[in-house]
Design a protein around this ligand. Sequence first.
Ligand code: FE
Ligand code: FE
Ligand code: ZN
Length: 279
Amino acid sequence: MKEKFYIGCHLSSTGGYSGMARDAIKIGANVFQYFTRNPRGGAAKDLDPADIAEYIKMAESNDFGPILAHASYTINPCSKEERTREFALETMADDLDRLQNIPGALYNFHPGSHVGQGVDIGIELIIETLNTILKPEHTTKVLLETMAGKGSEIGSRFEELKRIIDGVSLKEKMGVCIDTCHMSDAGYDVAGDFDGVIEEFNSIVGVDRIKAVHVNDSKNPPGSHKDRHEKIGEGTLGIEVLAKVINHPDLRHLPFYLETPNELDGYAEEIALLKQLRT
Ligand code: FE
Ligand code: FE
Ligand code: ZN
């Protein structure tokens, strides 16, 4: 059976939800990701019911896949500073409250950086945060992103993601967003043996936990821990590998989101290219 191909990219939220839906349609996307608020912090925009209603109508009539809300990457739920952790917790709780208005949304966040406290304490703090903010009534799945392992980032090893999920009480709310650039930068052999990487993920976390895929090429060789995304086909992964990613039997039903260095035109081209490569 030929599954529907859910493909899109990161979009600016300036025009609201309906504006993003319009941009998505313009570039041939049927899913998109956005930041829930300005990365430099600050309050999220007030929800506009008319904008949301318009978005929902457009998403339905264009058969969109899930919208991926990305937490600002400046929050750190496992910081050394209690105030920083508190801020992360409040921000994430507020994001999840707001997402109750967006049907079928996914919420992705970077697990955080332990800043010298060590992986064990970092993981404990992330679990504590999740167990405080997750509520049974939430309709949004919360995704841990696989990280490049820059600095003291947690989540660059599949084992770490597994430990976080194991510590969360409401496990059914938890998923993972795999990022091809990050996994390669973390040292997984995405370029040489993508099937093997997914097999390894499956044996540690389980492929059923994967709810979204970030499709990015990487500017750097495997294991660089750099986290610099590259345009599709212009990096160290290359077009053949990324074609394998979007067609992988365990992934092909999932939504794919580009986070490559592009404006709308560039994204439209990459989306068209990936559609051609979809089998
Ligand atoms: Fe991310
Ligand atoms: Fe990503
Ligand atoms: Zn990245």
